[in-house]
Design a protein around this ligand. Structure first.
Ligand SMILES: Nc1nc2c(c(=O)[nH]1)N[C@H]1C(S)=C(S)[C@@H](COP(=O)(O)O)O[C@H]1N2
Ligand SMILES: [Mo]
Length: 151
């Protein structure tokens, strides 16, 4: 379909790991097999677009990160580092990504208005509609790492 389109991104291979029992590589096949979410949101200066992908919280749950009732006590100090190809990194606290806590979606998007993301944005990008500034709308995501806050 769109896979060979000019400007198309590299194949998807995002490593999901760190302090989790079941690290895995997030591929296009895995993304297609998970519950899909769509959000309409606007990057600054851009018209609203429809982004489609998978919730970051669902990806972490698949890796075995504590969610729902298990997200309590010491697990409340868990955070997630999302790194990009250019070395840019952003952080979320795990409860921000759990639907039992947060009334917001953080999307790992692989499609925009029905098409694969451009090579500049993708192959996957974070979409954080609740943030006033799009500084965590990380482009070219390469890894998702779970860590526990020390002191
Ligand atoms: N990989 C990567 N993603 C990034 C950044 C970056 O430097 N590298 N900058 C962030 C910031 S500060 C903003 S404001 C938005 C800008 O997104 P745009 O360039 O697609 O408009 O991207 C975010 N995502
Ligand atoms: Mo920014």
């Amino acid at each position: 379909m769109h896979a060979g389109a000019p400007g198309a991104s590299q194949p998807i291979a995002v490593s999901v790991g760190g302090d989790v029992p079941r690290p895995f590589t997030l591929t296009a096949t895995v993304l297609a097999s998970m519950p899909r979410r769509t959000v309409r949101a606007a990057d600054h200066g851009q018209p609203e677009a429809s982004y489609e992908g998978v919730g970051l919280g669902d990806i972490l749950a698949r890796a075995g990160a504590p969610v729902g009732q298990a997200l309590r006590g010491p697990a409340m100090a868990t955070y997630v580092v999302v790194a990009a190809a250019d070395g840019y990194r952003v952080v979320f606290a795990l409860p921000e990504l759990d639907s039992a806590f947060a009334n917001q979606i953080v999307l790992v998007a692989d499609r925009k208005d029905g098409n694969p993301l451009s090579a500049r944005e993708g192959p996957v990008r974070l979409i954080v509609p609740a943030d006033r500034r799009p500084a965590r709308w990380e482009r070219q995501v390469v890894s998702i790492t779970v860590r526990k806050a020390g002191d």
